[in-house]
Design a protein around this ligand. Structure first.
Ligand SMILES: [Zn+2]
Ligand SMILES: [Zn+2]
Length: 261
């Protein structure tokens, strides 16, 4: 497999995952046009895409979903709660055009387009948010953003992956001293429904003990983080395993380096 994070952050998230003869999109928070432009830049092939996986219904993950799913004529795969929320948010004009939706159950493996997809629950202020472990042949890819914490159950899915897209949302010090109102700071820090800090991402990396081949830091806050801070924190946390892990930082405005899994 190969994966390219086309965009990552609170203004839009989208990742392209290509397997042997098929491909998936994970989250569709860019406009359909921007998604296809970036896909072309990344050397991806839209004709291979067979489905769009969605982590949760926040607009930075679904704002382009309706158009993209219709344009590519592929189903949307997400938990039932996310699908209901998406359906209710659809523009009445486009709602008359049906989109095929496939409900996924967290904890259950779903075979689709040559991929084994296992969604797992995350901790976020959405109806039924999830991350994904996606396997093809011997390649294992993990996707875990928009979560206030990573539990042991989630670690069981992510440890051992060849590559993981991992949220590293904010530097706790920058968030504390930053411009956000108190309620928003508290929401972001909330373990049950917020976002993962550089520190929490670092603790996860430390616990993984070098058992993840490549880590792509993702969903960095543009106000409360910097790519340098996120990367330094992740590398420091890796300790002696630092040379065994490849690190990338995905950004909002730039297509990330394609990684081979
Ligand atoms: Zn998000
Ligand atoms: Zn979110």
């Amino acid at each position: 497999m190969k994966a390219t994070v086309l965009a990552s952050g609170s203004k839009g998230n989208c990742t392209y995952l290509e397997g042997e003869n098929t491909a998936l999109i994970i989250d569709a928070g860019l406009s359909a046009r921007e998604t296809l432009t970036r896909l072309e830049c990344a050397g991806g092939n839209p004709e291979l895409i067979e489905g769009i996986l969605v982590t949760h219904e926040h607009s930075d993950h679904i704002s382009g979903l309706d158009t993209l799913a219709r344009k590519l004529d592929v189903p949307v795969l997400a938990t039932q709660g996310t699908l209901w929320e998406f359906e209710s948010k659809r523009n009445p004009k486009s709602r008359s055009k049906e989109i095929s939706m496939i409900p996924l159950k967290t904890g259950n493996i779903f075979e689709f387009a040559g991929f084994r997809i296992k969604p797992f629950s995350t901790y976020h202020d959405a109806i039924d948010p999830c991350g994904f472990k996606i396997v093809q042949n011997d390649s294992r890819f993990g996707f875990c953003t928009d979560t206030g914490q990573i539990t042991e159950k989630m670690e069981a899915e992510l440890f051992g992956c060849d590559a993981v897209v991992l949220e590293s949302n904010h530097c706790p010090v920058m968030l504390e001293n930053g411009p956000y109102p108190k309620f928003l700071k508290e929401r972001i820090r909330d373990k049950k429904r917020g976002h993962l800090s550089n520190t929490a991402a670092g603790e996860f990396i430390k616990r993984s003990n070098g058992d993840i081949g490549e880590i792509i830091l993702a969903h960095l806050s543009q106000e409360n983080n910097t790519p340098e801070k996120a990367l330094t924190s992740a590398k420091t946390s890796a300790g002696l395993s630092v040379d065994d892990i490849l690190f990338e930082v995905s950004l909002q405005d730039k297509v990330c380096e394609t990684i081979r899994i």
